[in-house]
Design a protein around this ligand. Structure first.
Ligand code: GAL
Length: 958
């Protein structure tokens, strides 16, 4: 007999005691329930045995107990602080022991039953916890119900006989650390607390217990077969299909299948003697056949993301609207799949996936990554003492989520090495549910899995796998391939998405991937904007590695998401200049194109001259057609022209309104002609200055000081960028970490030596050498200025000297303007783009402000470049590029950007710093994966590029 202060369970291998067996989770039935979410009393203690236990046994608390919101994490409500580590355990590895310092939160809630609660003598009641991190002990009205581990899994206790009409005292003691922590070493914040719902459920006599909805689809016969197995016998009805049958019996009827693209659900009901449970049935069949993952007979391509649960104030305590926001954002960005990295999500999220249509890899709450520090010695998944806990986790996931059509694959967990415990989980899952496939990345031999899964494999390796040239065990060679994580979206990036997508679309075996990851886990912070690892004084931490999402913490899409949307668009729209046609390809797996309306517009210098609708045949999945474009409008003015073709929703859908653009493409129609500039003006020496057309130069240094009446500061060659997380790279990456190499070489501290200022007949030439101290590498750089009187042309020629072994971060010029706000340009936009993140950049006429050009990465770094800019206007200057350039403008210097650790370190100065880059090095995703592909490297080689400057009225004064 244990006493309330006996805390041995905290450090026990066992998953717990006292809880009911796991069962299906459903949102609501006609049985009564009472949410116990809300304000609870709370007391934080430093150790697992806490202070005293009278709160639990007698429901007593002192007046000084705090209040806390449930669901929530106490460390986000002013008690203690969060800790972020990637894989390092923030405590000594000595399983199953945990530190004596074990923050322990006593939670207390006193509640009355609602007036309409059934008579206590009728039926029973169950107390359900949907998620508590990491270990909880529960008492109701002084009775010890038991304890449990398994943070992101449900636990239920039978409480019927203990309930009173009024004054029920529910006491929950939550320990931050437990043996379970060894199984929950996911890369995320450690956030203790009762972070999901607490509910009291009435269980009428004859209530449903567990049930399993089997709803398969036969794609040859177009029929669905339904059978509901139920612990408590009853009837199953689906009015729309005229189904009314006993549990355990099956029926086959014509149906529309469920898929992520066509999420057809049928409303049904399971009725037992005591309860009516609504069912949402989606008919679909998942199989491994011909070495492929097939749903309803067809190979599917996952355009996926890894989703951790995150909210910048609430942590992992998500409300329904936040979950819906995630699903809507995914659907609107063409995402069709989610891996619930690395634990089963709040159950309501899966309801939304069923409803809106997303393929789900449901992952078990299991990661033991920290054991890698000791070569996986003592890994719990290979130690039989832990196997009951592992099986408990597997069964709690499968039983809870088995009735969701969206769940097509179970995942054993993440980064847990290999071992008999994992095999036991796999065998149990296969035995319980043969209708889904099994995933686990950590076992390269694929002993227990139905697919070969990897993370962050390079393009080259993925291509070889696609070609079947990857070797490995026989079993694996016959399996389909998924990248369960790729394209690490930390900071600026990920680069190379389009190159992966081309591979996925070229080889059947490559069934797509899941970008790492959905959202930055930044914590809203009064001084720092968003906090990341180390900001709470953690002893061990992994900095901003926790901010690697396609969304900023406030769920604003980062440029990476906009790029991903374009790269994975389910309709291909391509064409060659002068063809007069556009090729439309239906890249859906199931849907034809009837939901989309196509339109064209003919744009000259970004201005739409004419537009109309485009009639596209209703292509079946995989089909293409060459569709004729109209003749270019006769009225079109001269200038660079494009056809832009868009595929937009023809009608409102559940996830976006009519006219939402799903896919687009541009076809060049008339090429750019760079306006010529005849060098007719002569340099004119004056008092310490030289003038040339509208340009004024310092006679001694040859430095440009003004163009017309626009003062210009410090115009010169620039090769440095504030290194991105991907430039800095991850320590475990084999690729060279250019961010570090650049810094060691000194590219952030280039010196500019002046060799000559030469005034010629019609040119001013300034010869320099740009090089870092202590190195022999340099760039011989010549600035050649010419003018026709109105325009001022700068031609920059650079020739590398010395032993350059690395690419350059950037190559271009930088200068300061004393005032600039509005920015207009013709070229790529509207958003940020670099060589390998440029698919979503459309040629057009764009405008923004200097402030809006910034992309607010949580750790400041290079950002905000607009690519392929033909001309730009800002600060009273018109700048024409020959060739097109990358444009960046910001109210701080690159050096300030580079030094900042949080957004709040950046304060606007009185100068707008403008970079006009001939080129920049690619982005890649080396913060965890491969760096930029070689074709995106900015090699140090001879280069020449020009800009023509002229003045325009500053829009602010007009
Ligand atoms: C993977 C891991 C993820 C995350 C990612 C890097 O190895 O599975 O949880 O840590 O790397 O952000």
């Amino acid at each position: 007999m244990s006493t309330p202060t006996d805390t041995a369970y905290v450090e026990h291998f066992s998953p717990g005691s006292g809880a009911l067996p796991p069962r299906a989770r459903y949102p609501h039935s006609d049985a009564k329930s009472l949410s116990l979410n809300g304000t609870w009393r709370f007391r934080l203690s430093g150790t697992a045995d806490a202070e005293d236990d009278s709160f639990a046994t007698q429901g007593r608390y002192d007046g000084d107990w705090a209040q806390i919101h449930v669901p929530g994490h106490w460390v986000l409500q002013g008690h203690g602080s969060p800790i972020y580590t990637n894989h390092l355990f923030p405590f000594p590895i000595d399983p199953p022991r945990v530190p004596t310092e074990n923050p322990t939160g006593d939670h207390l809630r006193v509640f009355d039953l609602p007036a309409d609660w059934p008579d206590l003598a009728e039926g029973g009641a169950v107390l359900r916890f949907d998620g508590v991190e990491s270990c909880a002990r529960v008492w109701l009205n002084g009775t010890d119900l038991g304890e449990f581990k398994g943070s992101r899994l449900p636990h239920e206790f039978a409480v019927g006989p203990l309930l009173r009409t009024t004054g029920n005292v529910l006491a929950v003691r939550v320990h931050q650390w437990s043996a379970g922590s060894y199984l929950e070493d996911q890369d995320q914040w450690w956030l203790p607390g009762i972070f999901r719902d607490v509910t009291l459920l009435h269980r009428p006599a004859g209530a449903a217990l567990d049930f399993f909805v089997h709803a398969s689809y036969d794609h040859l016969a177009s029929t669905g077969t339904l059978r509901v197995d139920s612990d408590v016998a009853g009837r199953v009805t689906v009015a729309e299909l005229g189904i009314d049958l006993a549990t355990g019996e099956s029926v086959t009827v014509p149906v529309d299948p469920w898929s992520a693209e066509t999420p057809r659900l049928y409303e049904g009901e399971l009725s037992t003697a005591g309860e009516r449970v609504p069912l949402r049935i989606g008919f679909r069949s998942v199989e491994l056949s011909d070495g492929l993952i097939k749903v309803n007979g067809r190979r599917v391509l996952f355009r996926g993301v890894n989703r951790h649960e995150w909210h910048p104030q609430q942590g992992r305590a998500l409300d329904l609207e936040t979950m819906r926001a995630d699903v809507l954002l995914m659907k609107r960005h063409n995402i069709n799949a989610v891996r619930t990295s690395h634990y089963p999500p709040h159950p309501a999220f899966l309801d939304l996936c069923d409803e809106y249509g997303l393929w789900v890899i449901d992952e078990c709450d299991l990661e033991t990554h920290g054991f890698t520090e000791q070569g996986w010695r003592d890994n719990p998944v290979d130690d039989d003492r832990w196997t009951p806990a592992l099986l408990d986790r597997a069964s709690r996931m499968v039983e809870r989520d088995k009735n969701h059509p969206s769940v097509v694959i179970w995942s054993l967990g993440n980064e847990a090495g290999t071992g008999r415990g994992l095999t036991a989980m796999a065998e149990w899952i296969k035995g319980r549910d043969s209708s889904r496939l099994l995933h686990y990345e950590g076992d390269l031999g694929c002993r227990d899995t139905d697919m070969y899964s990897r993370m962050y494999a390079s393009h080259a390796e993925v291509e070889r796998i696609g070609q079947g040239l990857d070797g490995g065990p026989r079993k694996r060679r016959d399996l389909p391939f998924v990248l369960c994580e790729y394209a690490h979206a930390m900071g600026n990036g990920p680069g190379g998405l389009a190159d992966y997508q081309r591979l996925f679309e070229s080889y059947d075996r490559l069934q797509g991937g899941f970008v790492w990851e959905w959202i930055d886990h930044g914590i809203a912070h009064p001084e720092l904007g968003y906090a990341y690892g180390g900001d709470f004084g953690e002893e061990l931490h992994d900095g901003n590695f926790v901010c690697d999402g396609l969304l900023f913490p406030d769920r604003r899409p980062s440029p990476g998401l906009v790029e991903y949307k374009k790269v994975i668009e389910p309709v291909g729209i391509t064409g060659e200049a002068g063809d007069g046609t556009v090729r439309i390809t239906n890249k859906h797996d199931f849907a034809d194109l009837s939901a989309l309306a196509f339109s064209w517009s003919y744009e000259v210098e970004g201005d739409a001259v004419e537009s109309g609708t485009l009639t596209v045949p209703v292509l079946a999945p995989g089909e293409s057609a060459d569709v004729k474009l109209p003749a270019p409008p006769a009225t079109a003015p001269a200038g660079e022209a494009h056809w832009t073709v868009r595929a937009a929703l023809a009608a409102d859908t559940a996830w976006a309104a009519k006219d939402h653009v799903v896919a687009w493409g541009q076809v060049p129609a008339a090429p750019r002609r760079v306006p010529p500039l005849a060098p007719t003006a002569r340099p004119v020496p004056g008092d310490g200055v030289i003038t040339l057309g509208p340009g004024t130069f310092d006679a001694r240094t040859g430095a440009l000081t003004a163009i017309g009446d626009v003062p210009v500061r410090a115009l010169r060659l620039d090769v440095w960028r504030a290194t991105t997380d991907n430039d800095d790279g991850a320590s475990w990456q084999a690729d060279e970490r250019f961010g570090l190499v650049w810094r060691t070489l000194g590219l952030q501290r280039m010196r500019h030596r002046l060799d000559a200022v030469e005034t010629g007949e019609n040119a001013l030439t300034v010869r320099t050498r740009v090089a870092p101290a202590a190195r022999d590498v340099g760039l011989s750089t010549v600035y050649r200025w010419t003018s026709n009187g109105d325009g001022l042309r700068l031609t920059v020629s650079t020739v590398p000297e010395g032993d350059w072994r690395v690419p350059l971060p950037r190559l271009g010029i930088r200068f300061g303007l004393c005032a600039a706000d509005e920015v207009r340009w013709f070229g790529g936009g509207p958003g940020e783009a670099y060589a390998d993140t440029r698919t979503a950049s459309a040629v057009g006429r764009w405008h923004s402000t200097v402030d809006e050009l910034q992309t607010p990465y949580l750790r400041p770094q290079e950002n905000g470049a607009r690519i392929d800019v033909r001309w730009a206007e800002l600060g009273g200057l018109h700048i024409e590029g020959d060739p097109a350039f990358l444009l960046t403008a910001r109210r701080w210097t690159t050096e300030q950007l580079d030094a900042a650790t949080h957004r709040t370190d950046l304060t606007p100065g009185d100068t707008v710093w403008v970079n006009l880059d001939h080129s920049q090095h690619g982005i890649g995703s080396q913060s965890c994966g491969p760096g930029p592909l070689p074709q995106y490297h900015l090699r140090a080689e001879p280069a020449e590029f020009s800009f023509v400057f002229s003045t325009v009225p500053d829009p602010r004064t007009h």
